[in-house]
Design a protein. Structure first.
Length: 281
C-alpha cells in the first residue's frame, strides 16, 4: 500500500488507474481505525478494482470547543490495518494542503434541510465542514463509488443529497453499523470512555431498540421518544436528542410514514455518542 500526502502524487496514481479503466472505491476517514472502518474498506474492495482510503482530521467540521486537539491520531496502526485489508492507496494530507488559504477564505458546500437539526443543530457548521471536505476529496480521488457508515446516518443523507444536487458522478454506498456485543456502536470516540462509562454506554442502543419495537404499534412518537430519553438519562447518560424521523427527509415522522429512522445522541463522560435505527412499518 502506498501512502501519499501531496496532491500531485495522488493525482498521478489516480490518473494512471483511470487510464487503465479501473473502478475506484473510496473510504474517507479521520483515522484511529476500528472494525467499522475496516468493514467500509471490505465493502469498497468487493465493488471496485482499487481502494483508496483517506485519513484527515478535518478542522472545518469541528466546533470551537470540540476535540480536534485530542482527537486520537494513530497513523502507524492505521496503516497496518489498511494494508491487511488490501487497501491500495492511503491519502494523508495536512490541513495546509487541503486549506492553503485558511478556513476563512475557503469556498464551502452547504446542504440545506437534511443538515439542519439533530447533529447539525448541536454542532453548528459541522455538516458544512463535512460536505466541503467530502466534495474536495471526491474531486481529488475521483472515485466511482464511496462507502460511508450508517452509524453517522445524518451524514450519509447530507452526502447523498450533495451528490444528487450537484450531479457528482459518485455512487454512495451506505454500510451497516458495526457494534460491540453490548450493542454499542464502534466509534473512535469510545476511546474517551472509562471502564464504568463503557458499562452504561450501551443504554443508548438498548433504548433505541425499545423505541423501534414500540413504534411498530404506536404513533405516539413524541411521548415514546421522551420515555426513551428519560430512561437513558436515568442510567447516567445525558441525551442531546432522540427523535423519530422520516428516513430520507429527516423531518419529524408523521403517522402515515412507513420508512422511519430513530436518531439519537447522548453525552457519556467526555464522549458524545450517536446512534440510530431504521424502522420499516
Ligand atoms: N461502527 C461503525 N460501523 C460502520 N461504519 C462506521 C462505524 N463507525 C464509523 N464508521 C464510518 O467510518 C467513516 C469514518 O468515520 P470516522 O473516522 O469519523 O470514525 P468514527 O469512529 O465515527 O469517529 P468518531 O468517533 O469521530 O465519530 C464514516 O463513514 C463513519 O460513518
Ligand atoms: C466523512 C468524514 C471522513 C469527513 O471528514 C468524517 O465526517 C467521518 O469520518 O465520518
Ligand atoms: N464520524 C463523524 C465525524 C465527526 O464526528 O466529526
Amino acid at each position: 500500500m502506498q501512502t501519499v500526502s501531496d496532491i500531485q502524487a495522488l493525482r498521478e496514481q489516480i490518473s494512471q488507474w483511470r487510464q487503465q479503466g479501473l473502478k475506484i472505491g473510496f473510504v474517507p476517514t479521520m483515522g484511529n481505525l476500528h472494525a467499522g472502518h475496516i468493514s467500509l474498506i471490505a465493502e469498497a474492495k468487493k465493488r471496485a478494482d482499487k481502494v483508496v482510503a483517506s485519513i484527515f482530521v478535518n478542522p472545518m467540521q469541528f466546533g470551537v470547543n470540540e476535540d480536534i486537539d485530542s482527537y486520537p491520531r494513530t497513523l502507524a496502526d492505521d496503516q497496518q490495518k489498511l494494508m491487511a485489508e488490501g487497501t491500495d492507496l492511503l491519502f494523508t494530507p495536512t490541513p495546509d494542503i487541503i486549506y492553503p488559504k485558511g478556513l476563512d477564505k475557503q469556498t464551502f458546500v452547504e446542504v440545506p434541510q437534511v443538515s439542519e437539526g439533530y447533529c447539525g443543530e448541536s454542532r453548528p457548521g459541522h455538516f458544512r465542514g463535512v460536505a466541503t471536505i467530502v466534495c474536495k476529496l471526491f474531486n481529488l480521488v475521483q472515485p466511482d463509488l464511496a462507502c460511508f457508515g450508517l452509524k453517522d446516518y445524518q451524514q450519509v443523507q447530507v452526502i447523498q443529497t450533495m451528490v444528487e444536487d450537484l450531479s457528482m458522478p459518485v455512487e454512495i454506498v451506505p454500510v451497516e453499523t458495526i457494534r460491540e456485543a453490548s450493542g454499542l456502536a464502534l466509534s473512535s470516540r469510545n476511546g474517551y470512555l472509562t471502564e464504568q462509562e463503557l458499562e452504561i454506554a450501551p443504554v443508548l442502543n438498548q433504548n433505541i431498540r425499545w423505541l423501534a419495537e414500540q413504534i411498530q404499534t404506536s404513533t405516539d412518537f413524541i411521548g415514546l421518544a421522551k420515555r426513551a430519553a428519560d430512561a437513558i438519562n436515568a442510567q447516567g447518560l445525558k441525551t442531546d436528542y432522540i427523535h423519530i424521523c422520516h428516513a430520507k427527509t429527516l423531518q419529524p415522522a408523521s403517522e402515515d410514514d412507513h420508512e422511519l429512522v430513530i436518531l439519537a445522541a447522548a453525552h457519556c463522560g467526555k464522549a458524545r455518542l450517536i446512534d440510530n435505527m431504521q424502522v420499516f412499518k
